[in-house]
Design a protein. Structure first.
Length: 150
């Protein structure tokens, strides 16, 4: 698949033994950038990840300066320390994508997995330590194209 932008599940492994869960592998594509990532399935199903991604991408359509977030792996927030995600920052027609972690213990309120974008830090291109944050760029139209195909 040669989409300019996409996020999808590429494989699912069955849970070990009789326990619920298991794992999956997702893949995000932002133009020339493509990366696979592990997805924990003990808290969310593949279907829940997909529904969350669709909702998060719709958030980008609402405003020219919207911030959203694609959760790449989540375990139960009531017993976890962090959530892995791909923050999305819209600036007019451009969308900037980063790879990040939301640390749950530092939040002012309980993490809401149905609105993860509320817990994403404002966009920065330089980390506290002074190094450049990796970031990839796409357009709102490329995100819309993907959203309307899924």
């Amino acid at each position: 698949m040669s989409d300019a932008f996409s996020i999808r599940v590429v494989s699912v492994s069955p849970p070990a033994g009789s326990e619920a869960g298991g794992g999956a592998v997702g893949r995000i594509t932002v133009r020339e950038f493509e990366e696979s990532f592990p997805m924990d399935l003990t808290y969310w199903s593949v279907e829940k990840y997909r529904a969350s991604w669709s909702q998060a991408l719709r958030v980008l359509e609402r405003r020219d300066d919207a911030t959203s977030c694609l959760i790449s792996s989540i375990t139960d927030p009531s017993t976890s320390n962090f959530v892995f995600c791909w923050p999305l920052y819209r600036s007019q027609d451009l969308v900037y994508v980063q790879d990040s972690i939301i640390f749950l213990e530092g939040l002012d309120e309980d993490f809401d997995p149905d609105e993860p974008w509320r817990f994403v830090e404002p966009r920065s291109t330089v980390a506290e330590e002074g190094h450049e944050i990796s970031e990839w760029q796409t357009t709102v139209d490329e995100v819309r194209d993907f959203l309307h195909r899924v």
